[in-house]
Design a protein around this ligand. Structure first.
Ligand code: COA
Length: 175
């Protein structure tokens, strides 16, 4: 599918979320989130989900965003506002979920969803309330994908049976 074959918009309460496939048991929580929780989280203002839909209105991928913060633990300093480095936590938006249906991968949809989210954060969040970073807890399988988009690993930790890598993007490097 070409990049022109889809567009990105907010998840609609009427969207059919049942046909989304991830092709691997390890990704089941991502599918369960879309199918069972994303609409409620959206209505409750806990997290907002944006979907890439095909011309037939099938969901090919989604990204979920929520408010967050980051403790840079002296591993990274803000150069253009040195006083901000005195704060333990700095403002961020978290990519809480990101997934592309296994039938549509490697078509630029993941990148397009990320680009869409970053533009939204810069234009509508950072400009209105202040937000400097994008953060995500990436599983090892996704670290390279995020690194290609400019994210850096801050630290790694284990939760349950999985290893996660806290990755961040300083939005200032894009301006
Ligand atoms: C990670 C994911 C979102 C990428 O989506 P996608 O639409 O296939 O990605 P794109 O087509 O935009 O790929 C962009 C680039 O990243 C690379 N890439 C994509 N997925 C990758 C992966 N898992 N590992 C390494 N590189 C990857 C592509 O080859 C491409 O490289 P290029 O620019 O050199 O050609 C998708 O593979 C996915 O849903 N995976 C399962 C769930 C998951 O891991 N979600 C992340 C949350 S932890």
């Amino acid at each position: 599918m070409s990049e022109a074959g889809f567009h990105i918009r907010k998840l609609d309460q009427g969207d059919n979320v049942q046909n989304f496939k991830l092709g691997n048991e390890a990704f089941l929580p991502l599918k369960t989130f879309l199918q069972k929780q994303a609409k409620t989280f959206q209505e409750s203002n806990i997290a907002q989900t944006y979907v890439a839909v095909t011309t037939q209105n099938a969901i090919a991928g989604f990204i979920t965003l929520t408010c967050s913060e980051i403790d840079l633990q002296n591993h990274y300093a803000i150069s253009d506002c040195s006083h901000a480095n005195n704060y333990e936590y700095l403002p961020a938006v978290k990519i809480a979920r990101l997934a592309v249906d296994s039938r549509y991968r490697e078509n630029g949809i993941g990148t397009a969803l990320l680009d869409f989210a970053i533009a939204l954060i810069i234009d509508r969040v950072a400009d209105s309330v202040g937000c400097r970073f994008v953060v995500t807890d990436a599983k090892i399988e996704a670290v390279e994908f995020y690194a290609k988009q400019g994210f850096t690993v801050l630290n790694s930790y284990q939760s349950g049976a999985s290893d996660y890598h806290l990755m961040f993007l300083d939005l200032d490097i894009l301006s």
